[in-house]
Write a protein that binds this ligand. Sequence first.
Ligand code: FAD
Length: 457
Amino acid sequence: MHAILLLVAPAAFAYMSHNRLAPVRRRQAASIEMKYRVAVIGGGPSGACAAEVLAQEPNIETYIIERKMNNAKPCGGAIPLCMVEEFDLPASIIDRKVRKMKMISPSNREVDIGSTLKDDEYIGMTRREVLDGYLRDRAIDYGAKPINALVTKIDVPEDADANGRYTIHYSPNDEGRKAPSRSLEVDVIIGADGANSRLAKAIDAGEYNFAIAFQERIKISDEQMKFYEELAEMYVGDDVSPDFYGWVFPKYDHVGVGTGTVLNRPAIKEYQDAIRERAGSKIEGGKIIKVEAHPIPEHYRPRRVRNRAVLVGDAAGYVTKCSGEGIYFAAKSGRMAAQAVVKCMKGGSVLPTEKDLISEYIKPYDALYGPTYTVLDILQKVFYSSNAAREAFVDMCQSKYVQQVTFDSYLYKKVQGNNPIDDIKLLFGTFGSLLRGAAIATPDKAFSNPVESLKRL
Ligand SMILES: Cc1cc2nc3c(=O)[nH]c(=O)nc-3n(C[C@H](O)[C@H](O)[C@H](O)COP(=O)(O)OP(=O)(O)OC[C@H]3O[C@@H](n4cnc5c(N)ncnc54)[C@H](O)[C@@H]3O)c2cc1C
């Protein structure tokens, strides 16, 4: 699907170079009596990857506050191949290697993609409790101080633009039910606390539109599971979502079956029924072992840095449209924000300013990934807007070139070796697919959702 971006926004690719961050170097501790404190709220991928960087700076005291140390975030758990190497993940984190995908159109036309993958290329399927636990433990091993607690309130100092401290109020989770609330004063604060971020509220970072994603984890028979051994399915159609896709993803010993929508959130259960129906006999008789739902941000928050408070991952709004991918961007933004904090604090000797943090974190992040968000936003608007467009989208996925560019951009977060002749062929192919799609598609069902729609920004 990313291939279309060549036609829509060719200039965007110039920015999408692979920018692996240098490994964080250990430094000798300087003799500073009182260390500055940095707290990371949230121990998901964004928080863990931020804390890992901060903990390696000996002159910063790093805290990581997580309400549930064995949290299993509602998630498909799919990660791109480049994340394994870039974040040095052990092989045991990957439960399954997806090498084939089936795209299924509104009229149930199936297109298999994946034949362009090399033998060692795959999409990694993870369990979030395992992935998050691994990343968090690594940060703690480096020296981040863990606090198992729910953050209930954050007081922003009146002189936050000078050097006043933030006060984090929290309820400990590991000291019995009657444990009193506690507080911690810190100099810098990183909000990695997901879509319902308390820090975002405390610093008045502004709102974002969000999708609601719904997933059922279904234990199917061994026979049925064989079909999904290394296969993921994506269903499109207004029956499964008016603006997203439905999925069947293979998980550790079961499948995750789900869908999402921004446009018509109250109807999410109907869309979930439809995806189960579309998957049909492939999951029939399966036992639902878990039902989960969670918001997915649609775009960045208006402010992602305010004085010495920084937002990363879902708290900042870093999920791509069209694919709904957020794990890699969470980990990457956590790492980049923490590296910016360390750099701006000059070995723990000064406090960072908002201006410093914007130029060292926000600007590089936007230069690296801004075009990706824009392009996927355009693709979602073009190809998920009607059944005719969805038919065209699946039709185009037959092209080996589309498959190659799609996988390259997803797996490696970069696009390489684009071929101008193939781009021109693709342009004509797109028109052909749109015409064919319009000829065979059934019109989308109308729905009315005035209350929810009014809430959209
Ligand atoms: C159904 C669904 C399927 C998805 N599938 C995929 C997929 O297959 N691939 C992909 O890349 N992305 C997927 N995403 C998106 C992905 O889950 C997120 O983008 C990603 O988890 C963001 O990571 P994060 O660390 O920023 O936030 P989170 O993973 O949400 O972590 C936030 C952490 O903060 C903790 N926390 C929150 N509030 C507090 C508090 N007040 N006090 C203390 N701790 C707190 C939480 O317990 C949690 O551990 C999916 C999302 C959903 C909802």
